[in-house]
Write a protein that binds this ligand. Structure first.
Ligand code: ZN
Length: 274
């Protein structure tokens, strides 16, 4: 275990410093305001977000889900661990804790998204999906792919995954350092062709896209979707059931948003496990 921690630290340390710097930059607004701003845009276009939240954030805040209003929400791991390197016991334990927080608060953990979109436990993906099934979760949206398959992926164990597009706000803003809203919108709009005639799932983090300076990108993308022939905005939940019923030339588009921390203090709480 000690060697594993060393490996984690040495491998992730530069990433960690970069992420801390990014987050310090990002915490310009309260998460409740960021969520509200996103909800207002979605309500205007009559569509629903699915928020994925790391459950260490709501463990002691049983009413927090009320901020999601009529939008959907689901667990995003407990401590937002990298399941590929923390070891099988810690990874499965984290998934279980995450689901238990939902159940204790009488919330339905109907779908799951792995932290960082990494579904491998060690180097095995099947264990991850099998464990979701064991926890009673039949739907998943953890597979992150630059160019995802336009259809749901059915796993042997019976769990169905709706992969999401790897072109995300953190990729465009933090990694590529794009700072022109028109350019960011153009990059998002390009991805509308990825899942043509299938399903497209976007991961829009409220910590960025909910900010006053970026919300116009989010609304701009919705407008572009609405202008496209046979593109339909829908919720992630509906996409699982509507996929088999949709017309062949129809494209379903869903928005999801991961919430990994509510404040800088929360962000550091995640490291208590080490
Ligand atoms: Zn995350």
């Amino acid at each position: 275990m000690f060697r594993r921690i060393l490996k984690y630290r040495s491998r992730r340390f530069p990433v960690l410093i970069k992420k801390i710097a990014n987050y310090l930059n990002l915490f310009s607004d309260d998460m409740v305001n960021l969520i509200r701003r996103i909800n207002q845009v979605l309500d205007k276009y009559d569509t629903k977000m699915t928020y994925f939240i790391s459950t260490y954030l709501i463990e002691n805040r049983p009413d927090y889900h009320e901020h999601f209003e009529n939008h959907d929400f689901a667990p995003h791991g407990h401590l937002h661990l990298d399941y590929t390197i923390v070891g099988k016991k810690a990874a499965l334990g984290d998934m279980k804790n995450s689901v238990l927080v939902f159940k204790k608060q009488n919330l339905d953990p109907w779908v799951f998204r792995a932290p960082y979109g990494l579904t491998k436990i060690g180097n095995n993906s099947e264990i991850f999906f099998e464990y979701e099934k064991k926890l009673g979760i039949l739907y998943d949206s953890s597979i992150r792919a630059q160019n995802p398959p336009p259809h749901p992926v059915k796993h042997k164990c019976g769990v169905t995954s709706m992969p999401f597009i790897g072109i995300t706000d953190d990729y465009l803003i933090d990694d590529l350092k794009l700072n022109n809203n028109n350019e960011i919108l153009r990059r998002f709009a390009e991805t509308l062709e990825f899942g043509k005639n299938g399903v497209l799932v976007y991961d829009m983090h409220p910590i960025r896209m909910g900010q006053a300076k970026y919300i116009e990108i989010f609304e701009g993308l919705i407008k572009k979707i609405n202008q496209k022939r046979n593109y339909m905005l829908t919720s992630l939940k509906e996409s699982f059931s509507n996929f088999s019923k949709k017309d062949e030339d129809e494209t379903l588009v869903c928005f999801t948003g991961d919430i990994d921390n509510l404040s800088m203090i929360d962000y550091f709480k995640r490291f208590k496990v080490f």
